[in-house]
Design a protein around this ligand. Structure first.
Ligand code: ZN
Length: 154
């Protein structure tokens, strides 16, 4: 499969059969929206209370375009079980990959795996917002104390 086919395949697969779709009791709740496209994400994250701050569970609900939903699905699959430090690193790598300046470097970082295909949106600023929405929500979740439940309405 070439890049374009792989991109289409993964976006379709994850938007039709989203992984980790649903809500969680407790943990951190962040509401993110992307008014320019009409995408909405409710992200629920449970971090372990030890020093590692591991993402022990992560789920989302929402609606919107295929890219926003597929990105959220792929993100939750990637971040589940990762320590806070690993998750922060992945966030940085993904942001650089999708929203960075200049030419995209190939191949992308191995740690990102399938998420590398989302660099396909890089040339389209409106689509970058769609792909980044769930990651922005996760960044917000990281910024809160894991013990607190937060609802951010924007
Ligand atoms: Zn969108």
């Amino acid at each position: 499969m070439n890049f374009e086919e792989l991109y289409q395949e993964l976006i379709l697969d994850h938007s039709r059969r989203p992984r980790n779709f649903g809500e969680l009791e407790g943990g951190v709740h962040v509401h993110g929206d992307n008014p320019s496209c009409g995408d909405e994400i409710h992200l629920h994250v449970i971090f372990s209370t030890d020093a590692a701050g591991t993402v022990t569970d992560i789920r989302f609900t929402g609606h919107g375009c295929a890219i926003s939903q597929a990105s959220a699905s792929m993100m939750t699959a990637k971040l589940k079980g990762k320590s806070r430090a690993e998750a922060e690193r992945l966030l940085g790598l993904f942001r650089e990959r999708v929203a960075g300046e200049g030419e995209v470097a190939e191949p992308g970082p191995r740690e990102l795996g399938d998420l590398n295909v989302l660099s396909g949106v890089r040339k389209f600023p409106q689509r970058v917002k769609c792909a980044m929405l769930s990651w922005r929500a996760f960044e917000q979740a990281l910024s809160e104390s894991p013990a607190r439940v937060t609802t951010e309405d924007s």
